[in-house]
Write a protein that binds this ligand. Structure first.
Ligand code: NDP
Length: 297
């Protein structure tokens, strides 16, 4: 029997409408228009598309989207100056440095410079630490989008074995943290799972994946996870975005997964749109927190 498709696009649209309504309420109640400032360095075509999509999504939600475009040969100190200026700008509530940065620029240094209160990507070590302790300031966008998707499709995670493949700081590691968290501390009630975090050195990966009630693939290798790797009835969340000739494919072989799993996210139209929706939510949360602290201070 074919699996159910978990429609990230529709879910994200719904979340974006909810955020737009909250933005209206916040502004009507005297709050400032939330503002997300993006920094785009160089002319990587994929990054340009991502930034454009994020800006359009902002506009539709009533969030101001600003953009600083810098040439690929910008110096480290010039880039840090831009981030510093945005940190100090009272009209900016969220800062997003589009990754990857061109060769020669130190990503870590730049991300560490972003004011933790405006760090809507949740990359700043202070925010990573808060997340680890189960009291996040911002939820990392892609993992939080996946939690929302599971929650809204009423897929239980408590007591389930989740296998996360990939241990990046952006997806795999925070994903594992969110799902292993105590209920409710890191978003809606998608938590309390038993999590295995697999990576390139995991022995017998296929067997590990086969033990997962829920499999989350964040590897960046086209169609690496095959149908025969999956437990029958598993839920499959495919984070991977890989360009193969003229089409985008995930890290999971979609057609094979559809035959074995109970639910699968498509690529495109799965996790990607949710990531953007969560970014908008974090920008509103940042605007609220900054506004509140100014009013109380
Ligand atoms: P990274 O390259 O940072 O991390 C990839 C991870 O996969 C690493 O932990 C690596 O292991 C692991 N890995 C690589 N090869 C294998 C293998 N053969 N077997 C098992 N594990 C392996 O990638 P990201 O996490 O940034 O991104 C992963 C994918 O998700 C990409 O396709 C990216 O485009 C996509 N993505 C999608 C987003 C969305 O919104 N939908 C957002 C962010 C990313 P090791 O640590 O041992 O090297």
């Amino acid at each position: 029997m074919a699996a159910r498709i978990l429609d990230g696009k529709q879910t994200a649209l719904k979340i974006r409408e909810e955020i737009a309504a909250e933005v209206r309420q916040f502004v009507d109640a005297g709050g400032p228009t939330p503002c997300l400032a993006a920094v785009l360095v160089g002319d990587d075509p994929a990054s340009q598309v991502y930034v454009r999509n994020k800006q359009r999504a902002c506009e539709k939600a009533g969030i101001e989207g600003r953009l600083d475009r810098l040439p690929a040969d910008v110096s480290q100190s010039e880039l840090l100056d831009v981030v510093r200026r945005l940190n100090e700008d009272d009209g900016v509530h969220g800062i997003l440095v589009q990754l990857p940065l061109p060769r020669g620029l130190d990503e870590r240094l730049v991300l560490d410079m972003v004011d933790a209160r405006k760090d809507v990507d949740a990359f700043n070590p202070c925010n990573v630490g808060l997340l680890m302790q189960g009291r996040p300031r911002f939820l990392p966008c892609t993992p939080a989008g996946i939690v929302q998707l599971l929650h809204r499709y009423e897929i239980p995670t408590a007591g389930k074995h989740v296998v996360v493949v990939g241990r990046s700081d952006i997806v795999g590691k925070p994903m594992a943290m969110l799902l292993a968290a105590r209920d409710g501390s890191c978003g809606p009630s998608a938590a309390n799972a038993t999590v295995t975090l697999a990576h390139s050195r995991t022995a017998d990966l296929a067997e590990v994946v086969r033990s997962g009630d829920i499999v989350i693939a964040a590897v960046g290798r086209p169609e690496m996870i095959r149908g025969e790797w999956l437990k029958p009835g598993a839920v499959v969340v495919d984070v991977g975005i890989n360009r193969v000739e003229d089409r985008l494919v995930g890290d999971v072989h979609f057609d094979e997964a559809m035959e074995v799993a109970s639910a699968v996210t498509p690529v495109p139209g799965g996790v990607g749109p949710l990531t953007i929706a969560m970014l908008l939510g974090n920008t509103l949360a940042a605007a609220r927190a900054i506004h509140q602290s100014r009013n109380s201070g």
